[in-house]
Design a protein. Structure first.
Length: 361
């Protein structure tokens, strides 16, 4: 393969790999990148009541179910980020303030506390924990058990917590105190069973993420920790210069990480292509060597070779010969006797020999 062709193939491979890579995140995205800094700057609309840990669940806009999750912990006089992940809210996104109701598929907007949790077994949380069993229910039927944990047969609207746990949703869950004490009095019909749970899919009103994130939150949670939920516009006020600088730094760091990941992916792709090209070259060389071994050097020429040789000999015989070397000079006939037995006598050169037989004695 020529050098120009190899260069063209390499360039095409680079272009193909670049096209297959995911695009970089757009600069200046609407999603909030550093809620902890905004909380320190006093730019959160809802009170967190001096909670040790605050979790943010924010969507870019109304109707968007994809939610960014950020965990903040209070240390040395301010909140700092502990972790960040992604999840989902209700299928219809977050409810505008005052619009939360049953079966709207909204998640509530506001600041709510964590005091209870439930699941298969206690992962080590300090929250009141309900270890689920087949009789575990969450009240959805209007009445005394509405939006509360209880055990029993339950009614048609009550949630069978055991069944949802077996489906992987309530393997671990923290109860978000929407429409229930201690955050507010319970209103019948204002929605129930709003949890922070596993499953990682749009919900009927809960916040859903991966099991590892839920377990991490529970292990560090204490009664009184809070979650702030809603769209970016509803949760945060106008940003100050300090928080805007912090957000810009967070966006730059995220973009740099995305570029680094992109380059690593591209490098891996090119390395793979190089290995494949080297293997192809080795295979071609092996095939050539195998072909040479099939035809021994001392084998007799074939009929085609003999025909070509005969034709070449005929052409050589037909060409006129030209003397190009030295050869001895031809003998002069004048120097020899006519009988070719002795040289001519000197002085008689050119004269006929006398016939002695005609002379008389």
């Amino acid at each position: 393969m020529s050098r120009a062709r190899r260069f063209g193939l390499a360039a095409a491979s680079v272009l193909l790999a670049a096209l297959l890579l995911p695009p970089l995140p757009a600069a200046g995205a609407e999603q909030e990148h550093d809620p902890c800094a905004r909380l320190n700057a006093g730019e959160v609309r809802y009170s967190v009541q001096k909670a040790k840990r605050v979790t943010f669940a924010t969507a870019e806009k109304y109707g968007a179910a994809e939610t960014r999750l950020t965990g903040c912990v209070f240390e040395d006089g301010g909140y700092v980020q502990e972790w960040q992940s992604w999840g989902f809210s209700g299928r219809n996104g977050f409810a505008p303030p005052g619009s939360m109701w049953e079966n709207t598929l909204y998640s509530p907007t506001g600041s709510f506390s964590f005091t209870e949790a439930l699941g298969r077994s206690n992962p080590g949380t300090e929250l009141e924990y309900h270890e689920l069993k087949p009789s575990s229910r969450w009240g959805g039927q209007h009445g005394e058990t509405y939006n509360q944990y209880f055990e029993g047969e339950g009614g048609g609207a009550d949630e069978n917590l055991w069944r949802y746990m077996e489906q992987g949703l309530y393997e671990q869950a923290a109860v978000i105190n929407w429409n229930r004490p201690p955050d507010m009095p319970t209103r019948q019909g204002a929605s129930f069973a709003i949890f922070f749970h596993a499953g990682y899919a749009p919900t009927w009103g809960c916040i859903s993420t991966d099991l590892a994130t839920v377990t991490r939150l529970l292990r560090r949670a204490v009664p009184g920790d809070r979650i702030v939920m809603g769209t970016v516009e509803d949760v945060f006020t106008a940003s100050s210069a300090a928080s805007e600088a912090a957000a810009a730094a967070a966006r730059a760091e995220e973009k740099a990480a995305a570029v680094e990941h992109r380059l690593e992916t591209l490098t891996g792709t090119l390395t793979t292509l190089g290995v494949l090209a080297a293997l192809g070259l080795l295979i071609r060389l092996a095939l050539k060597r195998a072909g040479r071994r099939r035809t021994p050097r001392g084998s007799p020429p074939g009929a085609g070779t003999l025909a070509k040789t005969a034709a070449s000999d005929r052409q050589a015989a037909a060409r006129p010969r030209t003397h190009t070397g030295w050869s001895p000079p031809a003998e002069d006939p004048r120097l020899l006797d006519r009988t070719r037995d002795r040289p001519l006598e000197s002085g008689r050169e050119g004269k006929p020999r006398e016939d002695v037989s005609s002379h008389n004695p």
